[in-house]
Design a protein around this ligand. Structure first.
Ligand SMILES: Nc1ncnc2c1ncn2[C@@H]1O[C@H](COP(=O)(O)OP(=O)(O)OP(=O)(O)O)[C@@H](O)[C@H]1O
Ligand SMILES: [Mg+2]
Length: 382
C-alpha cells in the first residue's frame, strides 16, 4: 500500500538505487533524480511529500535545491531531508539554514533512515489534515456568511423604509431605535462581505479583471469619495499623486478596495485634525502607492501580525470606531494577487505609512497568483 510520495535525489546511482529500494519496500511511491536541476523538475512534476537529497552534486547542489523548494509556494511544505557525507556541525547548520527539516550523515543505517522518513511522513499527513480542515472552515464560513447576507439586506431595507417615513410617521424615539438597528445591520453586512472576500480569495475564487489603468485617476476617484468621511473627523486629505505615472495592469475595483481599507484605517487610527497623505511613485518595475497618516502609530512588536486575519493590535481607534481585523488581511491578499507587496513603516505617536506596490507589466497567472488554489471549494456568490 502506498503511504506517500518520496523523491530521492543523488548523483551516485548506487546510493539512489539503494535508498529507493528501501523506501519502496516500506510501501512508499518513490521517484528519483540525479542532481538538483533534475530534482527540481521531478518535484514540480510529482509533488512529493518528502525529498531525500544528497548535498554535494554537480550543477545544482542540495542546498540550492532545498532553497528553491522552500521558496516555492506550492512546494514549501515538502519535508526536506539532507542525506550527505558532509557531517561537520557547520555543514549541518548550513543545511538547516537553507530550510532542510532533517539531516542525516552517510554512511547511513537504513533502519534509521526509514524511521526518520516515517516520522516525517506522519508530520506531512498531519499538515495535510490541518490544511483540509482549514479549507473546510473557510468553506463553512463562506457559506454561513453568504446565507446571512440576504436576511440582513432585508432588515436594512425595512429600516430604510421606516427611516424614510414610508411606513408612517415615527416618534423621535422610534426613529432613533430604527436608525440603531439599521446601523448594526450595515456593520454586519460589512463584516459578512469581508468574510466572503477572504474566503473567496483563499479558495482561489477571485479572478482579477486586469486592465491597463491610470493609477492616479483611480486614486482621485476614491479620495473624492472618502472626502466626506475625512471631513467628519476634520482630517486633511492630501493627494500627492503625480500626473505622469505609467499606466499599470490592475483590477480597478480590487485596488479601490485596497485604497478604501488603508484610508479607513488611516482615518480610524488618527485623531481629529490629523493629515492623511496619498502619494505614488515609480520604483523599478513597480508603481508604489503610499497612504500616510499622522495618527497613533503601531508598536514595533505588532507590525508583523497586522496582516493576519482577525488581528487587531494594541493601536486603538481614536473615536472607538469598530472593526474586525480583516481589512489588512484583504489588502495583502489583493496586492499579492496582483504580484505586488505591502509594507508598513510606523512610529508610535507620530503616524504610520502603508505602501503597496503594483507591477507595471502584466504578470503570468503563475507569477502573480501562485497561492494555494482549490477550485473545488470555490464559493458561489449567487
Ligand atoms: N493606520 C494605522 N494606524 C495605526 N494602527 C493601525 C493602522 N492600520 C491598522 N492598524 C492596526 O492594525 C489592526 C488591523 O487592521 P485591519 O484593517 O486589518 O482591521 P480593523 O481596521 O481593526 O478592522 P476592519 O478593517 O476589518 O474593519 C487595527 O485593528 C489596528 O490596531
Ligand atoms: Mg481596517
Amino acid at each position: 500500500m502506498t503511504q506517500g510520495k518520496i523523491l530521492v535525489v543523488d548523483d551516485q546511482e548506487s546510493i539512489r538505487k539503494l535508498v529507493s529500494m528501501h523506501l519502496r519496500k516500506r510501501g512508499y511511491e518513490v521517484f528519483s533524480a540525479c542532481d538538483g536541476h533534475d530534482g527540481l523538475e521531478k518535484a514540480l512534476e510529482h509533488h512529493p511529500d518528502i525529498i531525500v537529497s544528497d548535498l554535494m552534486m554537480p550543477g545544482m547542489d542540495g542546498i540550492e535545491l532545498c532553497k528553491r523548494v522552500k521558496a516555492d509556494k506550492e512546494m514549501r511544505e515538502t519535508f526536506f531531508i539532507m542525506l550527505t557525507a558532509k557531517g561537520k556541525i557547520e555543514d549541518k547548520v548550513q543545511g538547516f539554514d537553507s530550510g532542510a527539516d532533517d539531516y542525516m550523515v552517510k554512511p547511513f543505517n537504513h533502519h534509521e533512515l526509514l524511521a526518520r522518513v516515517d516520522a516525517a511522513m506522519r508530520i506531512r499527513l498531519l499538515q495535510k489534515e490541518l490544511r483540509s480542515l482549514s479549507d473546510l472552515k473557510d468553506e463553512f464560513l463562506g457559506i454561513a456568511a453568504h446565507d446571512m447576507r440576504t436576511p440582513l439586506t432585508v432588515i436594512k431595507g425595512w429600516c430604510d423604509l421606516f427611516s424614510d417615513n414610508l411606513l408612517g410617521e415615527l416618534t423621535s424615539e422610534q426613529r432613533e431605535a430604527i436608525a440603531g438597528i439599521g446601523q448594526q445591520a450595515a456593520l454586519m453586512l460589512d463584516l459578512i462581505n469581508d468574510l466572503l472576500d477572504v474566503a473567496k480569495i483563499e479558495t482561489g475564487k477571485v479572478q482579477l479583471s486586469l486592465s491597463r489603468c491610470n493609477v492616479k485617476s483611480i486614486i482621485d476617484d476614491y479620495l473624492h469619495a472618502q472626502a466626506l468621511v475625512a471631513s467628519k473627523k476634520n482630517i486633511t486629505l492630501v493627494n500627492n499623486v503625480p500626473d505622469d505615472l505609467e499606466p499599470v495592469w490592475l483590477d480597478p475595483e480590487r485596488v479601490g478596495q485596497v485604497l478604501n481599507n488603508l484610508l479607513s484605517n488611516a482615518f480610524k487610527f488618527s485623531p481629529e485634525g490629523a493629515t492623511v497623505t496619498v502619494s505614488a511613485a515609480r520604483n523599478g518595475n513597480f508603481i508604489e502607492v503610499s497612504v500616510a497618516d499622522t495618527g497613533v502609530g503601531i508598536p514595533p512588536e505588532d507590525v508583523d501580525n497586522l496582516f493576519k486575519k482577525f488581528v487587531q493590535v494594541s493601536s486603538k481607534a481614536t473615536r472607538g470606531e469598530k472593526g474586525t481585523g480583516l481589512g489588512l488581511a484583504i489588502v495583502k491578499k489583493i496586492v499579492e494577487l496582483h504580484g505586488g507587496k505591502v509594507r508598513v513603516k510606523s512610529k508610535m505617536g507620530e503616524g504610520s505609512t502603508f505602501t503597496f506596490s503594483l507591477p507595471i507589466e502584466k504578470r503570468k497567472p503563475s507569477e502573480s497568483q501562485g497561492t494555494k488554489i482549490d477550485k473545488n471549494l470555490a464559493l458561489s456568490e449567487n
